[in-house]
Design a protein around this ligand. Structure first.
Ligand SMILES: C[S@@+](CC[C@H](N)C(=O)[O-])C[C@H]1O[C@@H](n2cnc3c(N)ncnc32)[C@H](O)[C@@H]1O
Length: 252
């Protein structure tokens, strides 16, 4: 592990990044869903559904919603895998998962979901126990992206599916300009109005910019041994889905 890692535009120790990221989500947990809805203009519902359509989860499967927070993906996955399936939410923030539990209860799928407070880079889950791992807006927050992806590979069954959703920089120049103004000026202000704290939204805008571009993430997935690694841009590149599959045992 390096002595310093990027935290937005700053460089901090790994422990400091973990501490700050946790602090942000503990602070905004109760208003996270409202902020997600208003700041994405509702687009995130569509993006999540597209991710689930690509995944095609089957009844009875076991799925991890990693960095699962308030459990949006977990609730969708729980519907797809049905009563015979299992969904695990793993997150470092207890406050985010408390908000997620209420949502899962309202959706009638609470009993299908297990909640694990833990670090994505060293999960206490068994090797090869999951049919799919979904990471919504989580990879950017990890101290070491490589460690996180290796850990995901470890817990996936051979043939298991990986799906991640991340914010990205829009492809069209005009939209990039608007997005820049929006994310550095409007978002921290609106974020503070909604959650009471602007710092997580300054970090959000900066962390999107320092996160590796989609093609580099795809290369990382391929180098780690994942197959069928693909990029699916959403809404002109405002967000992106990464999908890949762990190779079946016989081809390892
Ligand atoms: C932006 S939120 C995304 C929540 C949810 N996945 C979604 O799609 O809305 C990022 C989540 O990642 C969690 N997180 C950040 N670093 C983590 C880590 N190292 N291990 C586990 N969870 C982490 C945060 O606590 C937070 O709940």
């Amino acid at each position: 592990m390096p002595t310093h890692v990027p935290y937005g535009y700053q460089s901090v120790s790994p422990e400091e990044k973990r501490r700050r990221v946790l602090g942000h989500f503990e602070t905004i947990a109760q208003r996270y869903d409202l902020a997600d809805l208003l700041l994405s203009g509702g687009l995130h519902f569509w993006w999540r559904r597209k991710a689930m359509r690509l995944l095609q989860l089957q009844p009875g499967e076991s799925v991890l919603d990693l960095c699962g927070g308030t459990a949006d993906f977990a609730v969708l996955a729980a519907r797809d895998v049905g009563p015979s399936g299992t969904v695990v939410v793993c997150d470092i923030s207890p406050a985010m998962m408390i908000a997620g539990r209420s949502k899962a209860r309202r959706a009638g799928v609470l009993e299908r979901i297990q909640w694990v407070q833990g670090d994505a880079e060293r999960m206490g889950l068994a090797d090869q126990c999951l049919d799919a791992v979904i990471v919504g807006y989580g990879l950017r927050n990890l101290v070491s992206l490589e460690n996180g992806l290796e850990e995901i590979l470890r817990v996936l069954k051979p043939g298991g599916q990986f799906m991640a959703m991340e914010f990205s920089i829009p492809q069209a120049a005009w939209l990039r300009f608007l997005y820049h103004q929006y994310s550095f000026r409007v978002m921290p202000w609106a974020g503070r109005m909604i959650t009471g704290s602007a710092a997580p939204f300054h970090y959000l805008a900066e962390s999107i910019r320092v996160f590796p571009p989609p093609e580099k993430i795809r290369t990382l997935l391929i180098n780690l041994g994942l197959e069928r690694a693909a990029i699916h841009p959403l809404s002109n590149g405002l967000a992106v889905l990464f999908s890949a599959v762990k190779p079946p045992v016989h081809s390892l």
